[in-house]
Write a protein that binds this ligand. Structure first.
Ligand SMILES: C[S@@+](CC[C@H](N)C(=O)[O-])C[C@H]1O[C@@H](n2cnc3c(N)ncnc32)[C@H](O)[C@@H]1O
Length: 264
């Protein structure tokens, strides 16, 4: 069993479920496509804290031809198998369980001409590398829900801009550029008593627009506004983004119409 999250976790799962429902309905008659659901941070399928099924069990209620469940914890993969096998409705489903870091799995991911699908990226924090997002975008076949760790990023972006090298590398890995150091800070109008330049970090709203701009450099479409998920103390934890990788305008327009409607 896993125990994490809060009311925002239920909101996140509700948004995912509504999209899976719309997606499988729209694709129902397009039988020439092989529909795939990929859960790159799948967990064990049950969240005791919020008394809810996790994303992989929710996805199994919708008709995909194949499900790929990835988690780097062998314990969670084994628990997920047990949880899925308890439900007789799931016994005939085509499920691939992968016990490894999803960033290395995504490097090996190869989709065929008729594959189409949805990938859910639901990390605890800053585990997903930008390179993985680039590879997902290059498939041109996947719709993407990404729970971006805004509170994790803000914690790393120290106000005085004095950030340890290890943390700098983690931020670069998350955002896919080293320019964030100059782009997310501006020179302060006040000088320090030692006449050094002082910096001010962008506020959370501007950091989120920056993230959205970065994502839109690699995906063909992105939601108007991500869903901001707050904890019980009203502090912003994550931003749930939707992106579309298919470059065909009619496909992107439809995916964005559905996702924007659900996000609103
Ligand atoms: C927030 S939980 C996922 C919850 C799940 N989506 C749900 O709805 O119940 C994050 C999961 O990602 C796994 N994880 C963390 N880092 C990972 C990585 N680099 N690759 C794959 N799985 C990872 C953790 O073991 C954990 O089970």
């Amino acid at each position: 069993m896993q125990r994490f999250g809060d009311n925002w976790t239920l909101i996140k799962l509700d948004i995912l479920e509504k999209y899976l429902k719309s997606y499988t309905t729209v694709m129902k008659n397009k039988t020439y496509f092989n529909l795939i659901y990929i859960d790159a941070f799948c967990g064990c399928g049950v969240n005791e804290k919020i008394n809810s099924q996790g994303s992989p069990l929710i996805a199994l209620d919708y008709n995909f031809d194949k499900y790929i469940f990835i988690d780097k914890s062998v314990k969670y993969i084994n628990e997920l198998k047990n949880n899925i096998n308890k439900n007789a409705n799931h016994t005939n489903k085509n499920i691939l369980y992968i016990n490894k870091d999803c960033n290395s799995f995504i490097q090996e991911l190869s989709l065929n001409r008729y594959d189409r699908g949805v990938i859910f990226l639901d990390p605890y924090g800053m585990e997903l590398s930008w390179h993985s997002l680039e590879l997902i975008a290059k498939t041109e076949k996947l719709d993407v829900w990404y729970l971006f760790p805004i509170s994790g990023l803000i914690r790393c972006l120290k106000k005085d801009r004095k950030i340890h090298d290890t943390i700098c590398n983690r931020i670069t890995n998350l955002l896919g550029t080293e320019n964030w150091l100059s782009e997310l800070y501006q020179e302060s109008k006040q000088c320090s008593i030692f006449d050094e330049i002082e910096y001010e970090r962008y506020n959370i709203k501007d950091v989120l627009s920056y993230v959205k701009n970065r994502l839109s450099t690699i995906f063909s479409g992105i939601c108007n506004q991500p869903k901001i998920l707050k904890n019980s103390k009203n502090s912003q934890q994550f931003a749930l983004f939707f992106m579309c990788s298919n470059p065909k305008k009619n496909v992107t327009d439809l995916a964005l119409k559905l996702s924007n409607y659900i996000l609103n």
